[in-house]
Design a protein around this ligand. Structure first.
Ligand SMILES: Cc1cc2nc3c(=O)[nH]c(=O)nc-3n(C[C@H](O)[C@H](O)[C@H](O)COP(=O)(O)OP(=O)(O)OC[C@H]3O[C@@H](n4cnc5c(N)ncnc54)[C@H](O)[C@@H]3O)c2cc1C
Length: 491
């Protein structure tokens, strides 16, 4: 009999009871002692850190990107190795504890944490190993996009990931993942070659095209439903290290004609060129005149990953969409461009998002967006429109779990503010805008942009692949141990 099963038999009922049912006073001391003993068992052989309420690092460890989330786990198991993850998963399962998995802690819904249960915190597992000759990187499941880019760009290589470098590669990949390189190289999952996974049974398996191919299919868009991914292996492509990229800013008063020209432009753009747009109050960017700071603007954000001279030629029309208030376009390191939005998307603010997938930007949609930008409820709120398309649309919708190959644009309403008293107003604005845009959307949504109150949209987020995902869920996680996510219930 191994360590796990010994502890399992001894402590299952006692520990589960302690956590789930407050003990009578006369039992309290005994139960506290048992809890301490049981946690000592978890600590035995655990090479990372076990954080409990009251520990110095506990409060910072339970903070994630979205400050709306305030949860108090019973145990935060900050894992250092795959063996630590196995130990933590077995412990949570055997004690009947709710289990959450934290990668980069960025998901808006806050499922990286749970109340009272155990958090498998991967934030210390960030190592990356690049094989430049084979154009591959293997990276641990708690790494951020910055960790990945730093490792791969040392060799002039990259894989498509998101646009905020503090985002976790784990959660981003499992939901699909897209960013500046996606038009050229597809979704992040289209570049995943294999994964190491700790299953609900506590087994360490490798998933790829030939080993556990069903699990490998499900990991590429099925979210955190199938296990803890401790390592991911990606295919890499030559990118940069310097690329043509930058921002062009127009006044909000010209938003309609800028958006119409933008729509026509991206419809014809080559895959090497990505242009996204954002409507918001102007941040105090040094290339904008001071009088523009704080006024409403529409900005085009662009990157061209091919020859910079060809890029200059291609982006010329973008400078003529209206009255340019300021621009900053030039050849710069790809890693710098990957971090350009970080200052606007820092952790610690209150955030609420609403998102639509779009197959086109209809005039009616533009009118709604412009009307709501007219009533932005805080200086940090913004509407982001990501033009994906290109290589993201070419695989068959059932080739991997990520289903939305018809999404040419993803619109994300970022409501963001500082004070709790503004919650209702800022959330209400996002919900109203989302509703008004509904008639123009495909009806689908990207799973990584779903808020905690969108249970009814979860099925749509997995689209036509939901039924197959439920069958694979039943095979790998029949008791739904991994349920702190956009949950797929075992069929
Ligand atoms: C500011 C900001 C910008 C963003 N930009 C983009 C973008 O450009 N493109 C894009 O595609 N997405 C983007 N996203 C969304 C992002 O993909 C999701 O928030 C994603 O879930 C983040 O992953 P994480 O590991 O940081 O999050 P976490 O909150 O830690 O994880 C989210 C969920 O994923 C699961 N999970 C995470 N890691 C693992 C793992 N290793 N094994 C098993 N399960 C795991 C868990 O279920 C967890 O609840 C952005 C998010 C933010 C906040």
């Amino acid at each position: 009999m191994n360590w796990e099963s010994l502890c399992r038999d001894a402590d299952r009922l006692l520990f589960g009871h302690y956590l789930n049912n407050p003990s009578p006073t006369e039992e309290k001391d005994t139960m506290t002692t048992l809890q301490a003993e049981t946690i000592e068992q978890l600590k035995g052989g655990f090479t990372g850190e076990i954080l409990l309420p009251g520990d110095g690092a506990y409060d910072s460890a339970r903070q994630i990107w979205n400050a709306m989330i305030d949860k108090r786990p019973a145990i935060i198991a900050r894992c250092a190795t795959t063996s630590d993850v196995v130990r933590a998963v077995n412990f949570a399962r055997d004690k009947g504890l709710l289990l959450a998995v934290r990668g980069g802690g960025h998901h808006i819904a806050g499922n990286a944490l749970c109340n009272d249960g155990l958090v498998v915190d991967l934030s210390k597992m960030k190592a990356a190993l690049v094989d430049p000759a084979g154009s591959r990187v293997t990276i641990e499941g708690g790494a951020t996009l910055a960790d990945l880019d730093a490792a791969t760009q040392a060799h002039g290589l990259a894989t498509p990931v998101g646009i905020n470098s503090t985002t976790g590669i784990g959660g981003l990949t499992l939901g699909g993942g897209f960013g500046w390189l996606s038009r050229k190289y597809g979704m992040t999952v289209d570049n995943l070659e294999s994964a190491e996974v700790v299953t609900a049974a506590g087994e360490v398996v490798r998933a790829n095209a030939t080993e556990h191919p069903d699990l490998f299919w499900a990991l590429r868009g099925g979210g955190g439903n199938f296990g803890v991914v401790t390592r991911l292996e990606f295919r890499l492509h030559p990118v940069g290290p310097n690329v043509l990229s930058g921002l062009i800013v127009y006044p909000f008063s010209e938003a309609k004609r800028v958006l119409q020209q933008y729509r026509d432009f991206v419809a014809k753009a080559p895959d090497e060129l990505a242009v996204w747009t954002v409507l918001r109050h102007a941040p105090p960017l040094p290339f904008l005149p001071a009088e523009v700071h704080g006024t409403k603007i529409i900005a085009l954000a662009l990157i061209h990953t091919g020859d910079p001279e060809e890029g200059e030629r291609l982006v010329k029309p973008l400078h003529k969409f209206g009255t340019v208030l300021g621009e900053h376009v030039g050849v710069q390191p790809y890693v710098a461009w990957q971090q350009v939005f970080d200052p606007l998307l820092t952790a610690g603010a209150r955030n609420y998002w609403k998102s639509h997938n779009l197959s086109m930007l209809e005039d009616g949609l533009l009118d709604v967006v412009i009307a709501y930008v007219g009533t932005l409820p805080s200086p940090q709120c913004e509407i982001f429109i990501a033009a994906i398309g290109g290589a993201t649309t070419r695989p068959a919708p059932n080739s991997v779990a990520y289903a939305h190959r018809d999404a040419m644009f993803v619109m994300n309403v970022h409501s963001r503010w500082e004070n709790q008293e503004d919650d209702k107003r800022c959330i209400g604005w996002a919900r109203d805008l989302f509703k008004a845009c509904g008639p123009f959307s495909t009806g689908a949504v990207y799973v990584n942009f779903l808020t905690a109150d969108e249970e009814e949209r979860v099925k749509m987020a997995y689209g036509a692949n939901h039924a197959k995902l439920t069958a694979i869920k039943k095979k790998y996680d029949p008791t739904n141990l991994f349920r702190m996510n956009q949950n797929i219930r075992p069929s």
